[in-house]
Design a protein around this ligand. Structure first.
Ligand code: IPM
Ligand code: MG
Length: 366
């Protein structure tokens, strides 16, 4: 008997409610093809949850997420909730962050792949990405300056100041380093570890620990790179990178930058995984309040996120490849959402893109 996967579906806010159904269409199309069964349970998170219950991460949502085989997430946040105080009540810091923490999803895998059909949408010159581009960011997700305490406002010497604290422990750095080296071993065998060891104490510890862990992976070539230089090198020569290991803050910033190599922020998926739960699957972009409700968002990041869910939560690499190939086929036909369209392309809505990709999965050869 085939297994039924329990998926907690958390669309969240803004375009989250438009893109998540497109990812589900892809999952269902793969399910029908490969005999996988999904039981979806939808719950509120973020601003939508604040409006309905007063809490960005209601207990019911958290319990459902913990009891699931995987969490399929859209996006949270928007101007309506931006000024909520304290920050722990906000959609991001009160919703998504505690969810990541509760699922112990310390490793955020963010692949940056340029589809051939989209090389002209990349912000780089053709020659910089000719021959393809395939980078995997491994971002630490539950520590660092986004989580460290104290995080507050204070009066110091009669002046109003704000404080964020960056903290990393040896064990936190060790486990994310192992993840990066293991991923590199399955790829091209190179890790660039990002830090600001020239100025930050957490970065100096980061560098020491990554170096130590790296000794256990003698076949992997480890390079330390300063975060500012990494930002520049991603534009100058992105093909030098295989796996990029970064802390929470640097990984957040550099992956948004790297998304433009793939053509759009709307193209990048991610899997947030740990050792104890099937993981949280989230596109890297936010809720895009400026385009929400108009059916024009690019659902491909979410559909590729569904592909990561198949790979990591369902151990179904075939399904994952099937989704990726369907995305490629639809792009090769010239169908685009507005963010990745150039002249001559057929511009389709978010919903139409979801249908086209699901149809391509259904039509694909096994
Ligand atoms: C991301 C997002 C989030 C983050 C926000 C929405 C809190 O930018 O997943 O990259 O900073 O982690
Ligand atoms: Mg981000």
């Amino acid at each position: 008997m085939s297994k039924t996967y329990k998926i907690a579906v958390l669309p969240g806010d803004g375009i989250g409610v438009e893109i998540v159904p497109q990812g589900i269409k892809a999952l269902d199309a793969v399910g029908a093809k490969l005999g996988l069964h999904f039981e979806y349970n939808e719950a509120l998170i973020g601003g939508a949850a604040i409006d309905a219950t007063g809490k960005a991460l209601p207990d019911e949502t958290l319990q459902m997420a913990l009891a699931s085989d995987a969490v399929f997430f859209g996006a949270v946040g928007g101007p309506k909730w931006d000024s909520l105080q304290p920050a722990s009540r906000r959609p991001e810091t009160g919703g998504l962050f505690p969810l990541r923490k509760a699922l112990k999803a310390y490793a955020n895998l963010r692949p940056v792949v340029v589809f051939d059909a989209l090389t002209s949408a990349s912000c780089l010159k053709q020659e910089a990405i000719d021959g393809g581009l395939d980078i995997l960011f491994v971002r630490e997700l539950t520590g660092g300056i986004y989580f460290g305490q104290p995080k507050e406002r204070r009066e110091i010497n009669g002046e109003h100041v704000a404080i964020d604290t960056c903290v990393y422990s040896v064990s936190e750095i060790e486990r994310i380093s192992h993840m990066a080296f293991k991923q590199a071993a399955r790829r091209r065998g190179r890790v660039h570890s990002v830090d600001k060891a020239n100025v930050m104490e957490t970065s100096r510890l980061w560098r020491e620990v990554v170096t130590e862990v790296g000794k256990r992976y003698p076949d992997i070539e480890l390079t330390h790179i300063l975060a500012d230089n990494c930002g520049m090198q991603l534009l100058r020569n992105p093909r030098q990178f295989d796996v990029i290991l970064a802390d929470n803050l640097f990984g957040d910033l550099l992956t948004d930058e790297a998304s433009m190599l793939a053509g759009s922020l709307g193209m990048l998926p991610s899997a947030s995984i740990g050792d104890e739960h099937g993981g949280l699957y989230e596109p890297i972009h936010g809720s895009a309040p400026d385009i929400a409700g108009r059916d024009i968002a690019n659902p491909i990041a979410t559909i590729l996120t569904a592909a990561m869910l198949l790979r990591y939560a369902c151990d179904c690499p075939d399904g994952s490849v099937m989704v990726r190939n369907a995305v490629e086929a639809v792009l090769n036909e010239g169908c685009r959402t507005g963010d990745i369209a150039s002249s001559g392309d057929k511009v389709v809505s978010c919903n139409e893109m979801g249908d086209l990709i699901a149809q391509a999965i259904t039509n694909s050869e096994l």
